[in-house]
Design a protein around this ligand. Sequence first.
Ligand SMILES: [Zn+2]
Length: 269
Amino acid sequence: MPELPDVENYKRYLQRRAMQIPITDVQVADTRILDGVSEQRFKQCLTGARFASAQRHGKHLLVHLDSGIWLTMHFGMTGALSFFENAQADPRYHRVRFDFDRDRHLAYTDQRMLGRLGLAEDGEADVFINSHALGPDALDPKLDLAKFKSALGGAGAAKAALMDQGRIAGIGNLYADEILFQAKIHPRTLIGSLSDQQLGDLYRAMRHVLKTAIARGAGSENFSERLPEEYLLRHREKDGSCPRGHGPLQTLRFAGRTAYYCPDCQPKP
Ligand SMILES: [Zn+2]
């Protein structure tokens, strides 16, 4: 599932391939992917416009058009972007396709159809962020340790708090497991019981893990093999073992998702 690092790399990909060239046409292959906008209006607003800039907040990608509106993208479980030349080469599961001149195209693909594309009419991306009640982005340069602590709050278990987009935006199931593993905190530890030292470890692990994942190519194929050997994500599977040599990883069901952890590195609270 695309989380902050994946979406950051989608943003950079879009910036490299599809900026400042006029959109000549928009194909909507499945209208269920559109969020609160009709196919007609969606096509009308985008055709003839250009992608002028892009920013990311948490798992949301916000693309500013030179016409003044925003294209908003969320990638659900399986969403991705694919730029290609030659319309015959349409990737599988493309739901929306932006066409440019010289047979160039950007497809939004999504096998499971849980992502959404929409439009935000307001001049400021902040309006979108506020309306979705998103917390600060996990990699926001202004999010220092003090702000991190206050955004995280004092209630609930560590894993649930990290994944709560209203507290801090961008972290999902996989990266929450990695961050907790690197910070040596059990997923069920109550946030309110963490020491200052542990909160500092959690903050530094969050920043480091997310930045490392972006730099190693999150969002591309076989990406986990490019992560450092000591990362949980390389071993996060049935029968996987702790990369620090402690033996089998354990799992627990948590808010409908599976958490992987090492009982030695991350002792029960
Ligand atoms: Zn371990």
